[in-house]
Design a protein around this ligand. Structure first.
Ligand SMILES: [Ca+2]
Length: 144
């Protein structure tokens, strides 16, 4: 499943920066497996309501519940592609660190809301292809 969206920045004028392709990977894996970096660019970031909508719409009706996204605890403000944003969309009660460590972020597709989860759990993954800055290490250490 592939979807392509154009992202625009609204500053003094509208500048469309990059086209991103989203790729839903129809197999489950841990957050730290580097599938997205091997075959695409990285796990996807969700830095705005528009990105959230694009992703939930892409997978609408797929029956998938949770997918890994490029969110990790450090301290939940950076994405694995090294972008950052003030946009957050946590599920009520999350991040919970319920089974410590829950250092990786997933999105619940029915609502588009986020939950922290154990990085070694298996989830479907959502990759993107596009421009990146410096990627962070794909290994996550417990910072508690
Ligand atoms: Ca949690």
């Amino acid at each position: 499943m592939v979807a392509i969206f154009i992202f625009c920045e609204f500053a003094f004028s509208v500048i469309c920066l990059t086209a991103q392709e989203y790729h839903f990977v129809n197999q489950t894996m841990t957050w730290t497996e580097s599938y997205c970096r091997t075959y695409h660019t990285d796990l996807t970031s969700i830095r705005s309501k528009e990105e959230k909508s694009n992703i939930t719409l892409t997978l609408n009706g797929s029956g998938v519940q949770y997918v890994w996204i490029g969110l990790y605890r450090d301290p939940w403000s950076f994405w694995s592609d090294n972008t950052t944003s003030t946009f957050t969309n946590w599920m009520s009660g999350q991040p919970s660190n319920y089974y410590p460590p829950e250092d990786c972020g997933s999105v619940y597709l029915k609502t588009g809301e986020w939950a922290d989860d154990d990085c070694s759990n298996s989830n479907y993954v959502f990759c993107f292809t596009g421009e990146v800055q410096n990627q962070v290490s794909s290994s996550v250490t417990n910072t508690n």
